[in-house]
Design a protein around this ligand. Structure first.
Ligand code: IPM
Ligand code: MN
Length: 355
């Protein structure tokens, strides 16, 4: 790869800056190893942007994000900004970025790591060698539907999907399934909601183009239970914005800690925003104990999805696996006998295992 890669870092709030710093360290190191030129810029998002620039994301930041080849985001939000109205909260910065860049396809893999089985609250045999991918629709549904309102007597939101919105997320899920075990579970609430009945019809329509892929449907309440009871039945799960949000937090238990899960949010040109699935953990911010592995694995996803360099993504994944099987962990995934290291030491260990 010869062209320069323009990467925007949006560290955000809470532990965001700490985990971003480790992600950046790994990105810089691996790019040197592979002779990739980087142009890294940094801007504000979330609560810190509200405090310093007066809004959760500035127009300038959106413009820079649109021009970047890929974006890394640490996390947004915290108790300091809880009292603000939803339209002014730190989270609005992330939602605006997702919608302005049309990042409709959110990929959230969930895998178990050898050596971390005891960190999960689930039994070892339930999660051993698990590998699932949640494909979450990210720019539609109840998160963005209109009308929406809150007044003194009542409040409402609108869960709405158009044909095109469901078709394009279905395509992403089926394409992903084709490269995996060719099984999709579409999660909805079609026994109650028209929007889900519609979603299901379109999933079935798109499935005709992929005769090799087995499509099944599951109601979201059942899916939540199945995810903890028998997660290995799943390969690709595709769901709407809100259901996918909830299911991906549940699936984080499977890998030992939410601190392990990376994500990619892509538009139709594979431009991507990469972020850990976890939040900003304000209670542990600034203590150097946050787990940077979700962020580091998100850099791996950046190479796979935005730069078509899956070899580098595998290298990063292997380094993470090696460090964990050597017994090194951050506090969130520590069990008896594990060697607890700081956020920064974890970043250094990954780098030491990349060569
Ligand atoms: C996530 C987060 C966001 C979401 C918040 C911060 C708006 O929970 O990325 O899963 O709900 O999508
Ligand atoms: Mn979430």
């Amino acid at each position: 790869m010869t062209s320069k890669k323009n990467i925007l870092f949006l560290p955000g709030d809470g532990i965001g800056p700490e985990v971003s710093a480790e992600a950046e360290k790994v990105l810089v190191h691996i790019s040197e190893l592979h002779h990739i030129d980087l142009d890294i810029s940094k801007m504000l998002i979330g609560g810190i942007a509200i405090d310093q620039e007066g809004s959760p994301i500035s127009k300038e930041t959106i413009e820079i994000a649109k021009k970047a080849d890929a974006i890394f985001l640490g996390g947004v939000g915290g108790p300091k900004w809880d009292a603000l109205k939803p339209s002014l909260k730190p989270e609005k910065g992330l939602l605006k970025l997702r919608s302005e860049l049309d990042l409709f396809a959110n990929l959230r893999p969930s895998m178990s790591f050898q050596g971390l089985e005891d960190s999960s609250s689930l039994k070892k045999e339930i999660i051993e060698s698990l590998d699932i991918l949640i494909v979450r629709e990210l720019t539609g549904g109840i998160y963005f539907g209109n009308p929406r309102e809150m007044n003194a007597e009542s409040a409402f939101n609108t869960m709405i999907y158009s044909t095109n919105e469901v078709e394009r997320i279905a395509e992403v899920a089926f394409e992903a399934a084709m490269k995996r075990n060719k099984k999709i579970c579409s999660v909805d609430k079609a026994n109650v909601l028209e929007v889900s009945e519609f979603w299901r019809k379109i999933m079935i329509k798109v499935s005709k183009k992929y005769p090799e892929v087995i499509l099944e449907h599951m109601l979201v309440d059942n899916a939540a239970m199945q995810l903890v009871q028998n997660p290995k039945q799943f390969d690709v799960i595709v769901s709407s914005n809100l259901f996918g949000d909830i299911l991906s937090d549940i699936s984080s238990v499977l890998s030992g800690s939410i601190g392990m899960l990376p994500s990619a949010s892509l538009n139709s040109a594979s431009k991507g925003l990469y972020e850990p699935v976890h939040g900003t953990a304000p209670d542990i911010a600034g203590k150097s104990i946050a787990n940077p592995l979700a962020s580091i694995l998100s850099i791996g996803m950046m190479f796979k999805y935005s730069f078509s360099q899956e070899n580098i993504s595998i290298k990063i994944e292997n380094a993470v696996k090696k460090v964990i099987s050597d017994g090194y962990v951050t506090k969130d995934i520590a069990v008896n006998n594990s060697k607890v290291v700081s956020t920064q030491e974890m970043g250094d260990l990954i780098i030491a295992n990349l060569n």
